[in-house]
Design a protein around this ligand. Structure first.
Ligand code: SF4
Length: 502
């Protein structure tokens, strides 16, 4: 009986805590969730937030964050994603999901510097958008509720500085100075406003008009979030020892939230003779690069074979075709047919789920290629936008006849770490279209979209064009050891048998 009473009390406490926490549509995520949730809900919430953050990233880059179009496009895209939007009142479930999913992604994205940076950037952009959508009264309520007290400039100081404030602040008139608060913060807390010369500076302080308060709130949000991620990373070993959560979290940081390319829609539609031509026209840069390396070296290491082999499987090669493809190329190098059958045919059959754990492996998504298993010397796998030196990338793009202005646009996106958007730009430039019309998440998606465009909406057209076949230059490469290969198989097996990349 005592147990039930305690459980009821705890439930009531959690209920009160949540009602209080979710009374506003915007959160500072200061309190972690306390309730128990199922593993299914855990995964669904996480994947949905990932979709939300990917949308924020894509819209930010395609429209420019300060444009009017940015808010309109985000408005349209976010309204369909089932997260708190423009402060609706009966939104308890959405707010709960917003809260819980943020904390789940903290666990997944605290693991490396790259992941942390990406997560903080998208969360900040989302926060800014949501804060700007709030009515002025709700903004003040939010500041009070979260105890965000910024030093306000006294009426007398405002009077003395009135002319200077009006002259140096963006969108500030005489009446506004008198009626609204002006905040005084160290200039380094408002660098965005200082950089764009939107505020008055005096003795190391920036004077922020009320309508620009989002800048300092965001600064606070960033500081708290990066501290929180550092703390989360410290407690990660404890979370990772939970064998239910560990694979989920590791998958999430590589997660791809689009179509499942393991289902071979085009099985058998591609002939081996088409591959050279297709690699020049419809393969993304990562696969074009792997194909060229294979043709030149007659070999690829394990990472390359997995990335390229699964891609080929995704575009429609059958197991028999794949075996023939790899064998015919390897025997031109240092591997004879017998050795191929003994050492390599197994891994091709493994990819098709015919060996080992019989997992039907899924082609790698961009996130997986970009974030896991970076290539080292002698490897050709990975994403050229992420893993190539910018100078090498530039040369490669020049070789593929991308215009100098196009190359600059791509390199700018790479500099901002928008690798998939850089790849999308490469798609637009090489297909001669203004707007790709899709949001790139997967090398196989790149291929499908390219084929649709080139074939006027139809999927894959049979064509035999050997003109783009690369020259075959024998080169020496190191063969992977059997031990490495076995270990990699096992790792793949463990991960992918748990997650059929949705
Ligand atoms: Fe390949 Fe994706 Fe990188 Fe493009 S962004 S090169 S499709 S991994």
């Amino acid at each position: 009986r005592q147990f039930y009473q305690r459980a009821r009390r705890r439930k009531k406490l959690i209920g009160n805590f949540q009602n209080d926490l979710y009374d506003q549509c915007l959160q500072f995520y200061g309190q972690p969730p306390l309730e128990n949730i199922s593993l299914t809900e855990f995964e669904t919430f996480a994947v949905e937030r990932l979709k939300l953050l990917k949308t924020v990233e894509n819209v930010g880059v395609s429209c420019g964050k300060s444009s009017e179009q940015y808010t309109k496009k985000l408005d349209a895209e976010i309204s369909s994603l089932n997260f708190p939007h423009r402060g609706g009142i009966s939104e308890y479930e959405k707010r709960r999901k917003d809260h819980i999913s943020h904390f789940i992604l903290r666990l997944a994205y605290c693991q490396t510097e790259d992941l942390r940076r990406w997560f903080i950037q998208q969360e900040m952009d989302l926060f800014r958008y949501r804060f700007n959508c709030l009515h002025s009264k709700h903004k003040t309520d939010f500041l009070h509720k979260n105890n965000l007290k910024y030093e306000t400039v006294s009426a007398e100081e405002k009077k003395n500085l009135k002319d200077k404030l009006i002259a140096s602040s963006y969108g500030l008139s005489g009446t506004k100075v008198e009626e609204h608060d002006v905040y005084k913060v160290p200039f380094q807390d408002a660098l965005d406003l200082v950089r764009t010369r939107k505020v008055y500076l005096l003795a190391g302080n920036a004077y922020i008009p009320h309508h620009e308060i989002v800048t300092i709130v965001l600064n606070d949000f960033r500081t708290r979030l990066s501290k929180a991620l550092a703390m989360t990373a410290r407690s990660l070993p404890a979370v990772q020892s939970d064998e239910r959560l560990q694979p989920l979290l590791s998958h999430l940081s590589h997660a791809y939230v689009g179509q499942d390319y393991s289902i071979q829609k085009n099985i058998g539609k591609i002939s081996l003779e088409q591959i050279d031509a297709l690699s020049g026209k419809s393969f993304p840069l990562c696969m074009r690069h792997l194909h060229k390396a294979l043709r030149e070296n007659h070999h690829l290491r394990h990472g390359g074979r997995m990335q390229y082999g699964l891609f080929l499987k995704g575009i429609g090669l059958t197991l028999e075709q794949a075996l023939q493809f790899w064998r015919s190329e390897f025997v031109k190098g240092k591997v004879d047919a017998d050795k191929f059958d003994k050492a390599y045919a197994y891994s091709v059959r493994h990819m098709f789920g015919k060996e080992g754990k019989r997992t039907d492996y899924t082609p790698y998504s961009c996130m997986k290629v970009i974030l896991s298993n970076p290539p080292s010397q002698g490897d050709y796998h990975g994403c050229p936008f992420r893993h190539s030196d910018p100078e090498l990338l530039k040369q490669k793009l020049q070789n593929y006849k991308v215009s100098p202005s196009g190359i600059n646009q791509i390199l700018e996106l790479v500099k901002g770490m928008h690798y998939q958007l850089a790849c999308q730009k490469y798609f637009e430039l090489t297909h001669n279209v203004e707007d790709a019309g899709f949001s790139l998440n997967h090398p196989n998606q790149y291929f499908t979209e390219s084929q649709k465009l080139l074939n006027g909406g139809r999927d894959i057209k049979k064509e035999v064009d050997m003109s783009q076949r690369s020259q075959e230059n024998p080169a020496s490469v190191t063969h992977p050891s059997q031990a490495n290969s076995k270990q990699a198989h096992e790792e793949m097996g463990d991960l992918d048998s748990f997650f059929q990349d949705e």
